[in-house]
Design a protein around this ligand. Structure first.
Ligand code: ADP
Ligand code: MG
Length: 372
């Protein structure tokens, strides 16, 4: 692909919450994220030389050239952008010198996928510049390139859910993703929040992780899942069922595998509940997912557990941590009239512990990445 016109484009890519199916993507499992109204905007302007500038309203600006991208010497936050240019260049795209300006309403490192939104905004912008299609197949390709950017260039071993959610999201729809095969298979699932008088509250605990900076937890969980699959003699935990778990003698590996196996089953039940609008059942599945992530997968933290417990105490249908864990955000599914009480109960529980007040966002399933 090569540039024709225009020479400047703007693309918007949303963050996401994962409704259910956590730490399943890299285990060839299933998940159901949806795109949210919080989003990242990227404006890409073609230069006449090989220069590259990357400016964000949330970070220090970066100046270099495409040679730095090719040499893979870009580090820190600009590597998410450079990684996308590198990945699409690998796929044969003619990447020009660019001035890239980024702005975002997504909290960084908060589990709402600011990283994928950044990648996808740049990828969709570049697609707009080179005239690449933004149909379903084109979006699957961009998602794969962005995933490659994050794993191979940035060095964060993420599984691919976030990029697919940002690129395939749709209004009032979640995206069911199945990672069983060589390429992910996706379909949309209705999430009729408004007509059912329901609200999803996202609570940002303020506790921060970094998937790329070697805090170890995420990569360690991935390694434990691979070790559990190897001990069972299967390619991935997707192929395991509950009976297999008794064959795992290491209690840590058994607990990690139990989370993945039961979470994959919960996703199937949750999709059935969404399609039939059985909200009480969906809420119970969310809460069960949280307990599994807390007790078996050990990726929750006190701030997430307190938010979930406070929501359930005031009558929410269900609540869970969302994203990789070790901080970040919790989501609560509640009747809309309960939502203010949910926020108040979480705030009070945090204040009682002397923790800084969390930030809440009410989110609805929103459009995927697009050119403006
Ligand atoms: P999450 O994706 O859950 O927000 P990650 O740790 O995966 O958390 O990604 C966060 C990192 O992505 C930030 O530390 C920063 O390096 C980069 N990033 C994301 N969005 C932006 C942005 N708008 N401006 C600058 N850097 C960003
Ligand atoms: Mg991320």
């Amino acid at each position: 692909m090569s540039i024709s016109t225009p020479t400047s484009v703007t693309a918007v890519a949303p963050g996401r919450v994962n409704l259910i199916g956590e730490h399943t993507d890299y285990n060839h499992g299933r998940c159901v994220p949806f795109a949210i109204p919080l989003a990242t905007t990227a404006t890409l302007t073609v230069r006449t030389d090989r220069g590259l500038t990357i400016v964000s309203d949330r970070a220090e600006p970066w100046t270099g050239s495409l040679d730095d991208v090719d040499a893979r010497t870009v580090t820190g936050w600009p590597s998410y952008v450079a990684g996308v240019l590198w990945a699409l260049g690998q796929d044969g795209w003619q990447v020009p010198g660019l001035d890239i300006t980024i702005s975002s309403t997504i909290p960084l490192g908060g589990g709402l996928s600011s990283s994928a939104a950044l990648e996808c905004a740049v990828a969709v912008g570049l697609a707009g510049l080179v005239g690449a299609p933004l149909d379903h197949a084109g979006r699957l390709h961009l998602a794969e390139a962005c995933r490659r950017a994050e794993t191979a260039y940035v060095g964060a071993p993420t599984g691919g859910m976030d990029q697919l959610a940002s690129l395939l999201g749709a209004v009032d729809q979640a995206v069911l993703i199945d990672f069983a095969g060589p390429s992910p298979v996706t379909r949309t699932v209705p999430v009729a929040l408004a007509t059912s008088n329901l609200t999803v509250v996202v609570t940002d605990t303020g506790v921060r992780h970094s998937l790329a900076d070697g805090d170890g937890g995420y990569a360690e969980r991935r390694a434990q899942c691979e070790a559990a699959a190897a001990a069972l003699g299967i390619a991935s935990l997707r192929a395991a069922d509950v009976e297999d778990l008794t064959r795992l003698t290491d209690p840590t590996l058994r607990a990690r595998a139990r989370h993945v196996v039961t979470e994959n089953a919960r996703v199937v039940e949750a999709v059935g509940a969404l399609e039939a609008e059985r909200w009480t059942e969906l809420g119970s599945l969310l809460s069960a997912s949280h307990a599994s992530l807390r007790d078996d997968f050990a990726v929750s933290c006190a701030e997430l557990d307190v938010a979930v417990a406070a929501s359930l105490d005031v009558g929410a249908l269900g609540a869970r941590m969302t994203g990789g864990g070790f901080g970040g955000c919790a989501i609560t599914l509640a009747k809309s009239e309960i939502a203010p009480r949910v926020r108040g109960a979480i705030d009070a529980a945090y204040a009682a512990r002397g923790w800084p007040p969390p930030r809440h966002h009410e989110v609805v399933p929103s459009a995927g990445a697009h050119l403006t």
